[in-house]
Design a protein around this ligand. Structure first.
Ligand SMILES: NC(=O)C1=CN([C@@H]2O[C@H](COP(=O)(O)OP(=O)(O)OC[C@H]3O[C@@H](n4cnc5c(N)ncnc54)[C@H](O)[C@@H]3O)[C@@H](O)[C@H]2O)C=CC1
Ligand SMILES: O=C(O)[C@@H]1CCC=N1
Length: 272
């Protein structure tokens, strides 16, 4: 991919995940700078990936071709204010923040922006990310391509046609690793309650989750319900477990949880 200079404004979990994925995919570490107010976040990034770090957001943004906004949504306005001094006319801005829309970002930076909103997720750290991307029709094809390449370096991507769909991506992918971790925690806890030690319980759940996800990936023509049915022998053990999930309305619980994620993103759009 094109090796533009990139400044990550904010060096937390998500920036680290993307940086790790980029470096693993061969991106030039010297072209990447990450910023944060404290060395505690920056030193490990410099040590682990050999990238540049800077505590000065303005300098990093001014020197970069691509500015990735990767701070918490509630900090975005404060972080953007000094960046209003940057000339964004020849820069691509990528925001990974949940709940801050394009119009608001343009106001915060007081500029017309070449902007892509991206909703990644933390498995980007190991090249298994899932990112949704949105840009309006004014984005130049080469910026569109760069954003695609950047996120494809750390996993799969899908472009959405309307900005509002980014909130759907949050619910289905950005936040979703945590749902799977929660489910895995629950299985691990119950396996321990049934007598397995912690390590064995973890192995049981992690290998099973990996195997299930790999089966989904390996059988793109087979729908998820069929894969489930293949495990579920009539009158057997799985049927009892699935009946119990259904009895307690698992599908409705998931729907409500995803709707709550979208609602919170919409609420954040008003708050920040
Ligand atoms: N964690 C996740 O799974 C995902 C997070 N996001 C978005 O990514 C963004 C960052 O989230 P996380 O990485 O989880 O948060 P985080 O709290 O781990 O990282 C935020 C970073 O910003 C830095 N920071 C604080 N004040 C700053 C300042 N004035 N200038 C520069 N950096 C500053 C902090 O030192 C910290 O390293 C958020 O907007 C979130 O909505 C998007 C998708 C997934
Ligand atoms: O929880 C959050 O707000 C962020 C956005 C998606 C994942 N983490």
């Amino acid at each position: 991919m094109e090796q533009r200079s990139i400044a990550f404004i904010g060096a937390g979990n998500m920036a680290r995940s993307i940086i790790a994925g980029l470096i693993a995919s061969g991106y030039d570490a010297k072209k990447i700078t990450a910023t944060a107010p404290s060395e505690t976040r920056l030193a490990p990034l410099q040590h682990d990936f050999g990238i540049n770090t800077d505590s000065d957001n303005l300098r990093a943004a001014q020197q970069a071709d691509v500015v990735v906004l990767a701070v918490k949504p509630q900090l975005m306005a404060d972080v953007c204010l000094p960046l209003q001094a940057v000339d964004f006319s020849n820069k691509l801005v990528i925001s990974i923040a949940a709940g801050i829309n394009s119009a608001r970002l343009a106001t915060m930076l007081d500029s017309q922006l070449h902007l892509v909103r991206v909703m990644p997720n933390t498995p980007a750290l190991i090249g298994k990310g899932m990112s949704g991307l949105y840009a309006d029709s004014t984005l130049a094809p080469q910026d569109h391509q760069f954003a695609s390449d950047l996120l494809q370096a750390v996993g799969e991507i899908c472009w959405v046609k309307q900005e509002a769909d980014i909130n759907g991506i949050i619910a289905a992918a950005g936040s979703a690793p945590a749902y799977f971790f929660l489910f895995m925690e629950a299985i691990q806890q119950q396996a321990m309650a049934q007598g397995f030690d912690e390590q064995t319980a973890r192995l049981l759940v992690q290998q099973t989750a990996l195997g299930a996800a790999a089966m989904v990936q390996a059988n793109p023509e087979t729908d998820l319900a069929t894969l489930r049915q293949q495990v579920t022998s009539k009158g057997g053990t799985t049927a009892e477990a699935i009946n119990t999930f259904n009895h307690h309305h698992l599908t409705e619980i998931v729907a409500k949880a995803m709707q709550a994620a979208v609602a919170r993103a919409q609420e954040m759009e008003q708050l920040f």
